[in-house]
Ligand binder design. Structure first.
Ligand SMILES: [Zn+2]
Length: 577
């Protein structure tokens, strides 16, 4: 590192300093440089001279110039962040990048969906393109209206948080598409394939189709003429029953990719569709609907989870057979969470059997579960951004998400007190305080303070403190009630202690407390593993009653917690420490 680099850094630091305080000063700038370039410490005198020159120069500059210099760092930082995401393939081939997220409304979104949402969203915003939300709703048996709504509202919230966290926008999808509205178009395209002999109606049983596919054998249906195929296609919409017929793409029954062996593209599903009702009974398979809809709606870069990789060939063949517009298909790796199931298949029975409270159980990484636990969506956005669009499958440890959450919450979460396993402490004396003024945040005074009334009566002030703290103390020792007073204990019994106001001393343990009068019966849930949780009971300080359900606070010496509900007992859920 040279003095030249130190000079560059000095300009930036001095400009930032001048913008913040109206004038740049030598010492903070010098400190910054020696902090960033410790190898220059031995040349501190030279560096100081250099900084003095730069500071003098910078203090002559107009404000616009300062903003430009200081802004360079920000731009550099942003450029660096963008660079960490690989360039979008062939983006220059297209006038405008169009991406989409295509969830199936068959359940509540999870952390895995969050990745599927944010990758195309972030790319669309980085490339100033269009972002679509498309409901991939062509399997009516598992789809429900409430899932459309959950996806809409939870995705909107996550995009809002992502835009805020990463400084990109607009924060919502630009277009919403309901795929099932396009079924008539899909039917036309299927008819076309049948007319051109590129597809046929197969009336074999599922078992036979499966066995033939394994062995690479063709069935008789493959030799049906166009007329007969079209007739059967019509019957699929009217009298044929589910399972009696399906349409297959004519490819190659000996293809080396088994998925490519005459894949099914349309089948009968006799179930009521949440939006279309009973209007339709023939539905396309995933391969057909996703690729055709991507092409028809102008998607330029279609992101898919890597598990569908063997299907890419099928999808490309469908597009080619139909002569539709081609686009880029990009795979990304899946997320699995250490020790926690993400799949509906595993979660559903745990809910049914009562082991989990529901889809919003704070122990599972559904978006609503994470929210209920107090994980900010900004932390999720940051987490997925840092993971990037990699093709590698990732095993996620929830602790890394909690660490990001802590970083976001720590400067803003207000401090409250929860006293688990409480024991009464009676403070005796003639001049007891009437109330306590508690800082909402110990290092962020801009959040202000709050008052807690103490109700002292005839020389006695009664508070609750955690029994675990009193257990280790004896008469004569001191204890500090957080932000209130230091108490010298005069007697300690298992179920009660007495004390008096005293001078503070170094090393006195600080404990959370609440006045007995006005305290809030409270329980805090500690979600341990997917199969277990603990509940600690006690009292919260009176301010907790005023908190809105859903607020996230830091409970002193306990951890970050979300106020879940107020009832006879206020319930908090511990997010993490
Ligand atoms: Zn057949």
């Amino acid at each position: 590192m040279s003095l030249e680099e130190a000079r560059k850094l000095a300009y930036i630091a001095a400009a930032g300093n001048a913008l913040k305080y109206g004038e740049a000063r030598v010492n903070p700038v010098l400190g910054k440089i020696l902090g960033a370039m410790p190898q220059l410490r031995s040349r501190a005198k030279e560096v100081r001279r250099l900084v003095e020159e730069v500071v003098a120069e910078v203090n002559q500059l107009p404000k616009e110039e300062l903003i430009k210099i200081a802004g360079r760092v920000k731009e550099k930082k942003r450029a660096k962040e963008e660079r960490r995401w690989p360039e979008l393939v062939n983006y220059s081939k297209y006038d405008r990048v169009v991406t989409r997220v295509a969830p199936e409304p068959n359940g509540y979104p999870t952390l895995g969906h969050a990745k599927g949402l944010l990758i195309p969203f972030i790319y669309a915003r980085l490339y100033k393109g269009v972002f679509q939300l498309r409901f991939e709703d062509t399997n009516p048996r598992v789809e429900r209206l409430e899932y459309y709504d959950a996806i809409r509202s939870e995705f909107a919230e996550l995009l809002e948080a992502t835009s805020e966290e990463l400084g990109i926008g607009p924060p919502k999808w630009d277009v919403e598409i309901i795929e099932s509205n396009d079924l008539p178009v899909f039917y036309k395209l299927c008819r076309k394939l049948l007319e051109e002999g590129k597809a046929y109606v197969c009336t074999c049983s599922q078992e036979k189709v499966r066995a033939n596919r394994k062995l690479g054998l063709e069935c008789e249906c493959r030799r049906r003429g166009v007329e007969e195929n079209l007739e059967l296609w019509e019957l699929m919409h009217t009298t044929l029953r589910e399972g009696e017929a399906h349409v297959r793409l004519k490819t190659d029954m000996k293809h080396k990719n088994p998925t490519m062996r005459d894949p099914g593209i349309f089948r009968i599903i006799e179930a009521e569709h949440p939006i279309q009702g009973t209007k339709y009974r023939v539905y396309p398979t995933y391969d057909f609907s996703i690729s055709v809809e991507d092409s028809l709606t102008g998607v330029t870069h279609a992101f898919r989870s890597k598990e569908f990789e063997p299907h890419v060939e099928v999808q490309k063949t469908i597009i080619r057979y139909l002569g539709l517009r081609e686009f880029e298909m990009i795979q990304f790796g899946r997320i699995t969470v250490e020790g926690v199931p993400l799949s509906k298949r595993y979660i559903r029975p745990l809910i049914k059997s009562g082991i989990l409270w529901g889809w919003d159980d704070p122990r599972i990484p559904t978006l609503r579960g994470l929210k209920r636990r107090g994980v900010s969506f900004r932390a999720l956005a940051r987490f997925i951004f840092e993971m990037g669009p990699s093709k590698v499958d990732a095993i996620v440890n929830m602790e890394s998400i909690y660490a990001l959450n802590r970083k976001i919450l720590d400067p803003i979460a207000e401090r409250y007190m929860f006293v688990p396993d409480p024991v009464k402490l009676v403070v005796e004396g003639s001049e007891l305080p009437e109330d306590a003024e508690l800082p909402k945040h110990p290092s962020n005074p801009s959040l202000g303070t709050r008052r807690v009334k103490l109700w002292p009566k005839s020389g006695r002030l009664e508070v609750y403190v955690p029994s675990s703290d009193l257990k280790s103390l004896r008469a004569g020792e001191r204890i500090r009630l957080w932000s209130l007073a230091t108490i010298k204990l005069t007697s300690v019994m298992p179920d009660m202690a007495k004390g008096e106001l005293a001078e503070h001393q170094l090393g006195v343990p600080i404990v959370q407390w609440t006045p007995v009068e006005g305290c809030v019966p409270m329980e805090v849930v500690y979600p341990d593993s997917i199969f277990s949780y603990r509940v600690l009971s006690g009292f919260g300080d009176p301010g907790i009653r005023e908190l809105k359900e859903g607020s996230i606070v830091q409970l002193l010496r306990v951890g970050f917690a979300r106020i879940d509900s107020h009832g006879r007992v206020t319930r908090g859920i511990l997010a993490h420490r």
